[in-house]
Design a protein around this ligand. Structure first.
Ligand code: NAD
Ligand code: TYD
Length: 344
């Protein structure tokens, strides 16, 4: 057996894609997934992996020091990748506390376990949102690794704190840390609170598509598997103590995205509803990925036009998965979040 890799948040959207990638492409690695299964995790997401003898799942919370240390004691991972996080900006605006607890203090617990048991690498999965936003009228500007941290939401602030803490653990304690900061991901298994799956779900059910503000905010979209391959490249070729931006120069305004989805599903644009804007809404995200491309030889392979088709097809073929996510608590969430936005 080769390496044991411990992944936190491996039942979520990106963490699960990463586990699948490792199981497929690193046949002598064992994958240990530690996830406490918040609302964002659906047990069906990991059902195939559960049958794989190289995969172990622990339902545990990264905020629980005793539980996390016990898993490290038993599994002795060589590599740790920290995906576990509260990840939705709108929820962070409603309830910041749990973002600080999981994203900052939870990360500290995982890194303390890494120090105690010794690892070859701790990788922190970060976001480009730590750089704040760029103006819409300056398409020449991009986020680089040395762009100052300037956060807007409780979510991005908690992620920035975690990145800085990870880098501090490297400098202060010599923990072998790397950090990646990625742009917006899309693909299968994304929880339908985020723009793309929410719009696919609503359009499929002929429900209004709630576009914040004028729909002109820009995001830089990357197919989830490209992100996961980028993280694997950082693990295998990256330098300890370094930050790597991951993105594919695929900027689109929200209204463009919504229209692409409607067209692909054959639904009318009359479903678009402009609603009250998000508080502190970041204008534009855009990554300069040249460091990862030059130093790691990484580059995205899925073009947006192909990735969005694959994604829409996946949601169509996996209506049961979507129904599981949107039953129960989701309805309360939706009414609470969108009830108060109403049409503009
Ligand atoms: P997600 O919300 O789909 O999944 C998060 C997972 O973490 C869930 O399975 C959840 O159960 C688990 N989790 C949450 N709190 C936990 C805790 N206290 N203990 C153990 N498990 C816990 O999120 P995602 O979109 O897959 O994002 C994964 C990581 O990538 C996050 O760190 C996020 O900040 C980062 N990221 C996401 C994007 C994006 O576009 N989604 C872009 C860049 C970076
Ligand atoms: P989101 O998927 O929440 O990602 P993030 O805010 O982390 O980039 O949102 C992407 C963009 O879509 C963002 O500009 C907000 C906008 N948006 C809407 O217009 N309507 C929605 O219902 C949602 C969830 C997002």
């Amino acid at each position: 057996m080769g390496k044991t890799i411990l992944v936190t948040g491996g039942a979520g959207f990106i963490g699960n894609c990463f586990c699948k990638l490792i199981l497929k492409e690193r046949p002598d690695w064992k994958v240990v997934n530690v996830d406490c299964m918040t609302y964002a995790a659906n047990p069906s997401t990991i059902k195939n992996e559960m049958n794989d003898p190289r995969y172990v799942f622990y339902r545990e919370d990264i905020r629980r020091r005793d539980g996390i240390f016990a898993i490290f004691e038993k599994e002795r991972p060589g590599i740790v990748v920290n995906f576990a996080a509260e990840s939705h900006v709108d929820r962070s605006i409603e309830n910041p506390g749990v973002f600080l607890e999981t994203n900052i203090l939870g990360t500290q617990v995982v890194m303390d376990a890494c120090r105690m048991y010794g690892v070859e690498r701790f990788h922190q999965v970060g976001t480009d949102e730590v750089y704040g936003d760029l103006p819409l009228d300056r398409p020449d500007l991009f986020f680089r690794e040395d762009t100052p941290i300037r956060t807007s939401s409780p979510y991005s602030t908690s992620k920035a704190a975690a990145d800085l803490l990870a880098l501090a653990y490297h400098r202060t304690y010599g923990l072998p840390v790397t950090v990646s900061r990625c742009s917006n991901n899309y693909g299968p298994y994304q929880f339908p609170e985020k723009l793309i799956p929410l719009m696919i779900n609503n359009a499929t059910h002929d429900k209004p598509l709630p576009v914040y503000g004028e729909g002109l905010n820009v995001r830089d979209w990357l197919y989830v598997e490209d992100h996961c391959r980028g993280i694997l490249s950082v693990l295998e070729k990256g330098k300890v103590g370094e930050v790597y931006n991951l993105g594919g120069h695929n900027e689109k305004s929200n209204i463009e995205i919504v229209k692409i989805i409607l067209k692909e599903l054959g639904k009318p644009e009359s479903l678009i509803t402009f609603v009250a804007d998000r508080k502190g809404h970041d204008q534009r995200y855009a990554i300069d990925p040249s460091k990862a491309m030059a130093d790691l030889g990484w580059q995205p392979t899925t073009m947006f036009k192909d990735g969005i088709r694959l994604t829409i097809a996946w949601y169509r073929e996996n209506a049961d998965w979507l129904d599981e996510c949107t039953s129960g608590e989701y309805r309360n969430y939706y009414d609470k979040m969108y009830g108060k936005r109403s049409d503009k």
